[in-house]
Design a protein around this ligand. Sequence first.
Ligand SMILES: Nc1nc2c(ncn2[C@@H]2O[C@H](COP(=O)(O)OP(=O)(O)OP(=O)(O)O)[C@@H](O)[C@H]2O)c(=O)[nH]1
Ligand SMILES: [Mg+2]
Length: 464
Amino acid sequence: MQERFGGLLAPTLRLGVTGLSRSGKTVFLASLVHNLVHGGRLPMFAPYAEGRLASARLAPQPDDEVPRFPYEEHVRSLVEDRVWPASTRRIAELRVTIDYASARFFNRRMGRGRLHLDLVDYPGEWLLDLPLMHMSFSEWCSEALREAARRPVDARPFREALGVVDAAAPAQEADAQSLAAAFTAYLRAARADPNALASLPPGRFLMPGDLEGSPALTFAPLSLEGSEPASGSLAAMMERRYEAYKTHVVRPFFRDHFARLDRQIVLVDVLAALNGGPAALDELRRALRGVLACFRTGRLSFLGSLVDRRIDKILFAATKADHIHHGDHDRLERVLEHLVAEARERAVFSGTTVDVAAMAAVRATREASVTRDGETWPTIVGTPMKGERINGRLFDGEAEIGLFPGDLPADPADVFDRERDEYGVTTMRFRPGRVERNNTGLALSLPHIRLDRVLQYLIGDRLA
Ligand SMILES: Nc1nc2c(ncn2[C@@H]2O[C@H](COP(=O)(O)OP(=O)(O)OP(=O)(O)O)[C@@H](O)[C@H]2O)c(=O)[nH]1
Ligand SMILES: [Mg+2]
C-alpha cells in the first residue's frame, strides 16, 4: 500500500548547494534539514504553511559509496555547543523523504505524494577545479602564473623554484617534486591570507586525501613561453599529470555530482567580499564566473543532448544576512544581483529560472535599536566568537554586544567602484544564536532568515 504513494517510484530532486569555501554550505544544509524535519518556522513555505506536509524524515541515501552527511553531529554542535561546524574535508550525502498532500486534491483527501530530496555537501575548494575542465595545460600555466604575480601573498619561493628549472630539459622526478612542493606551499599561503575570498585550484593540493603523493598531485605550472612541450621534457611530464588530475579528480566530481543536479542554490558570502573592498569583490566575481560557466542550465547546455539532466532553477543567495540589519537586506540583494548579472543572463537565456535572495541559514544575531544623542541606530546583538576583536576589545565567547554594522549604499555600483570606497560594513563572527526550547525542554528548530522563502522557491512547486 505504502508503495502506491511513491516508494521506489517516488520522484527525486537533487539539490546542489554550491559555494566557495566558507560561504555557508554545511550550515545551510544542516539548517534546511533541521527545519524541515523538526517543523521550523516556515510561513512562506506553502506546503508547510497550508498544513499539507505530512512528514519529512531522513532516509537511506541513494549512493552507497558516498559518506553520509553527519547531520546529527552538525546539529549537536550548532544547538548544544553553539559552535559552527568545521570546514568540510570530503563529499557527503543525505536524503530527506517528504510526504505531502497535493494542494489540488487536498479537500478530496487524495493525491498524496512523496518526494525524495537528495542533498550533497563537499569542500568549497573543489569547486574552483571545475573551470580546469575547459583549460589546456598551457592555458592553466599562464593563468596560474598571472595569478601568482597578482596576489599579495609571497609567491617568491615558488617563483625561485621555477627559476632554477628548465621546462624543456629532460623530465626528472626530483624537479617535479620540488616544484610541486613549492607550488603547494604558495597555495597554502594564499588560502591563509585573511583577505582572500577564493582559494586557488587545484583544490586537492591542499586536501589530497588518498591521492597524496600520487603523480596526479605532483605537478606545477611552468613558464612555457608559447612553446609546445617537447616529448620527454619536464613540461610534457607536467602536462600529462595535469591531464591526469582532470581525468581522475575533476571530471568524476563533475560527472558524479554536478551533472546529476536538478536545481542549484549558489551561496555567496557577499558581506565578506564587501569587507575586503572592490578588489575582493572583483576576485569573487571572477571566481563565480568561472564556476557558473560549468553549470548545465536549461536546454542549451554546452554538453548538448549528451546528458539528460538540466538545471531548471537557480537561486543565488547572499548568506549570513544576520550580520546586517534587515533594513539593508534589499541592498544586499542588489549587490549580489550586480555580482552575478552575467551568469544570470546566460542562465535565463537558456531557459532556466533564476532568482536572488538575502538569507541567513542560522541566525546568530537579533535586532535592536539604540538611541544615542536623540538619534536612533539600528543595531544587531549577538555573542562574538572567542578571539574576535573590535576597536581593540577582545571577546571571550560569552559576552554579548550590540553593534551598528554600518550601511550598504543605495546604488550597488558604488561598492565596485575603487574611487568611491566610502561605505563601510563591519562584520564579525558571532556564535550561533541560542535555540528556544518548548516547555518540555526540547530544542525547537534553528532560527533563520528567509529559509522558508528559499525552500518555497527551490522545492515548493514539486510539493504542489
Ligand atoms: N552569522 C552567520 N554565520 C554563518 C551562517 N552560515 C555560515 N556562517 C559562518 O560561515 C562559516 C562557514 O560556514 P560553513 O557552512 O562551514 O561553510 P562551507 O561553505 O561549508 O565551507 P567549506 O566546508 O570550507 O567549503 C561558519 O563557520 C560561520 O562562521 C549564517 O547563517 N549566519
Ligand atoms: Mg562545508
